[in-house]
Design a protein around this ligand. Sequence first.
Ligand SMILES: *[C@@H]1O[C@H](CO)[C@@H](O)[C@H](O)[C@H]1NC(C)=O
Ligand SMILES: *[C@@H]1O[C@H](CO)[C@@H](O)[C@H](O)[C@H]1NC(C)=O
Length: 360
Amino acid sequence: MLHCLRSVFLLVAAAGAALSLSNTKPSTLSSGTLPIGNGNYMFYTDTGAPPGKSPYTTLFLIHGMSFNSGIFQKTKSDILRIVSVNRRGYIGSSPYTNTEFNVITNGTSAARQAFLADRGVELAVFIDNFLQQKKITQGKVSISGWSVGNIFSLATLSSVNSWPVAIKARLAPRIQSVIMQEPSAEILGFASNPNNWIPLIDTSIPASTRNPMTVQWISHYFKQGNFAVNPNAITWVVPSLSRVPSLFNMSPSEYNSIVDIGKATDGDFTLLINFKSQLHDSYRQVIFGSTVQKAFPTLKRSLFTGDSSVSFGPYAYYLVKNDTGAINDKSVTFRIVPGVNHFINWDDPKIASEVYAQLV
Ligand SMILES: *[C@@H]1O[C@H](CO)[C@@H](O)[C@H](O)[C@H]1NC(C)=O
Ligand SMILES: *[C@@H]1O[C@H](CO)[C@@H](O)[C@H](O)[C@H]1NC(C)=O
């Protein structure tokens, strides 16, 4: 039944019809699909122009693993236009081809590097198409990746020399900021902490239940210590009882429209394991690399995490702070957001939009 619905959904999306991701309440978000090259297309939702503000900044949000862009549907802003895309393989957007999937599972190092650059180019094409179609000729552009979405937001910038020439000329000068929202060590190609635990990697859990267990577990609140300076202050496994987990604030139909535990999730997870050195190169290029610095000379880089988030957000915060601190303390702006967890966009969307407004 679910598969059947999904096929219908994809057909409708392919026809370019307007879609609403949430079927529980009418959404004010507009939506559509845009071509991203090679016959592929990407689904998006759009909050529209902020009333009375011109020019304004357009912020593109890239979702993580297992949760499509519907997770951002509550996040709206008085000063930003927020556009959320579904990545390849997630509902409404083109799935990966078998050839592309083979690169994720079995690609050579060169093929993996090209795959990552291709994903970045696709997003640059999408953003450029969106700005042109909506006639947004002025105003800054910002990109934020959430969780695994950081792989793709960072790849967008690190692939800049592979962008079509006209797009580079139009778009690069407008991209003024990149926001890293709770990446993990692995997403940035760092070594895992020896204490790292997540149901997805626990082989004592039956394979078919690792994903559903993971999406529930990461939506808890955790009592984290002073992780900015001490990774041993991180709580790795046991959630706190301080606040109801975010998935309890989601109706079954919202869950079904947002959570996607299938081939796309498997692809994300395999990529995370197999692309370690490519992911680290991409991260380092965006933070320290001369190619990115030359293409985006005034780029503001920032990273934020909730102080009550699942372990990996706080740990990545520590790692990037440690990494940049050794070289240049000012290269990244850091924020710890009190009281929120990995699902700030769902449980505290007002706070999320305030954080974005500060960091764009
Ligand atoms: C491709 O990757 C899969 C999953 O990592 C592995 O099981 C398989 O042996 C690989 N196949 C080849 C031909 O390398
Ligand atoms: C922190 O940075 C130092 C200096 O670059 C490095 O030697 C060390 O390995 C880093 N720590 C971690 C946990 O990555």
